[in-house]
Ligand binder design. Structure first.
Ligand SMILES: NC(=O)c1ccc[n+]([C@@H]2O[C@H](COP(=O)([O-])OP(=O)(O)OC[C@H]3O[C@@H](n4cnc5c(N)ncnc54)[C@H](O)[C@@H]3O)[C@@H](O)[C@H]2O)c1
Ligand SMILES: [Fe+2]
Length: 385
């Protein structure tokens, strides 16, 4: 293998970078009830909780007081219609506090619900970076999966059924005033979702770490996030009641969220997106299936960082691309992740169109450490089939 380091694979210490975080981050088993206390302290009493059905049934753990309404039908990988239904309720409630309570799907919708009615804009008007004019309500995020890190970030993703694309909205107005991260809320996540969301957190850290925009300020979180996944993901999949393992993954997910803001993901996520938008494969599951392929594809231009990733995961580093692939593939497969597109009922005839769609996601691919052509993405899908 031709191992050489890209001059842009590791940014210099002096490269400019800006960090934005929620003003308050509460972390720890049992902190969920602080939600109600924070709302009361800030005089907020018209509260709209945005949750999936599972979490809607246990809103009482947030110990909220005042007038609490719940939009409890967030769908996994929410689409525009799902958002519109939540927005309709927001117009009726006119909340002073919006709470995202669930996985990335609920938290992403909560971000948009906190800004769209009050800014007077439509979703189409805010797609892209920093288009949102204002936010009328406070925003609290309470994650119940360990994967997206959405609680710490400024992005929201909604699927447009017309184009099969993920519409990405990014705005500082969507940054939470407070994130309450209670690992105990994740004890109920089933093993398959634990594995998939855990690899999503891993992918955020790995892709940011190897990005052309990688920065030492973020590398620290990225590598520690990978190491936390290495220590705790298999344990949490094995025994969902392992509180220490759950806490380690909540932290890994948060660190992944820190990676997303200023650096963001690259080819792994871009190549995984069509699996979700066209074939409704859950975001984490799609990332797990693609992860070994893009890690190995990038290895020749990011040899040292790839070795550091494998070591942090507790795997054997190797200078050989096929061995990098094998180690990462074995890791995901052992967690129980489905690693074959055919087993997920993706029609083979769809692969060229998926490759075209993935290749068009320039906001992510332009930062991949190694250029990847449409043909190379197609070859990757064929290998994964
Ligand atoms: N904003 C960002 O930066 C960002 C980053 C990555 C992904 N995302 C988006 O996040 C979404 C995926 O989020 P996710 O992976 O967290 O999944 P999710 O929110 O769709 O939840 C997955 C499933 O787990 C259930 N669930 C949630 N918490 C549970 C719990 N504690 N116990 C039992 N079941 C529980 C949900 O009801 C749902 O059925 C996608 O739309 C993706 O595009 C956003
Ligand atoms: Fe992700």
């Amino acid at each position: 293998m031709n191992v050489h380091r890209s001059p842009i694979a590791s940014a210099s210490l002096a490269a400019p970078i800006a960090i934005q975080r929620p003003r308050v981050i509460e972390f720890g088993a049992g902190v969920a009830g602080l939600a109600g206390r924070w709302a009361a302290e800030h005089g907020l009493s018209r509260i709209l909780v945005i949750a999936d059905a599972f979490n809607a049934a246990r809103v009482d753990v947030l110990e909220l007081k005042g007038e609490v309404r719940v939009f409890g039908t967030v769908k996994p990988e929410p689409d525009v219609a799902n958002l519109d239904a939540a927005l309709a309720l927001a117009v009726e409630v006119a909340p002073d506090l919006v709470i995202g309570f669930g996985g990335g799907s609920a938290m992403d919708l909560a971000k948009l619900v906190a800004v769209l009615p009050s800014s007077g804009q439509t979703l189409a008007e805010v797609v892209g970076p920093e288009k949102v004019r204002a936010r009328g309500a406070r925003l609290m995020q309470v994650p119940t999966t360990s994967g997206t890190g959405s609680e710490a970030g400024t992005r929201a993703l909604v699927t447009d059924p017309a184009t099969q694309n993920k519409l990405a909205v990014q705005s500082l107005h969507m940054l939470a005033d407070i994130a309450i991260i209670d690992p105990a809320l994740t004890l109920t996540v089933p093993p398959a979702v634990t594995a998939a969301t855990g690899v999503d957190a891993l992918a955020h850290c790995v892709e940011a770490f190897t990005s052309r925009k990688a920065h030492p300020l973020i590398d620290m979180y990225a590598l520690e996030g990978v190491s936390l996944v290495g220590r705790f993901l298999a344990r949490a999949v094995e025994n969902g009641a392992d509180v220490e393992a759950r806490a380690g993954l909540s932290l890994a997910s948060l660190y992944g969220g820190f990676c997303l803001g200023p650096v963001n993901t690259t080819a792994g996520h871009a190549v995984a997106y069509p699996l979700g938008t066209r074939h409704h494969i859950a975001h984490g599951a799609a990332n797990a299936l693609i992860f070994p392929h893009t890690l190995a594809f990038n290895a020749p231009v990011a040899a040292e960082k790839t070795a550091a990733i494998l070591s942090a995961l507790g795997l054997e580093p190797s200078p050989h691309q096929e061995e990098v692939f094998g180690a990462a593939y074995g890791y995901c497969a052992k967690l129980g992740c489905e690693m074959r597109l055919s087993a997920l009922h993706v029609p083979r005839a769809d692969l060229p169109e998926m490759a075209r769609e993935a290749h068009a996601i320039r906001r992510l691919l332009d930062n991949n450490p190694r250029d990847i052509s449409r043909e190379e993405i197609l070859a990757l899908y064929e290998k994964a089939y």
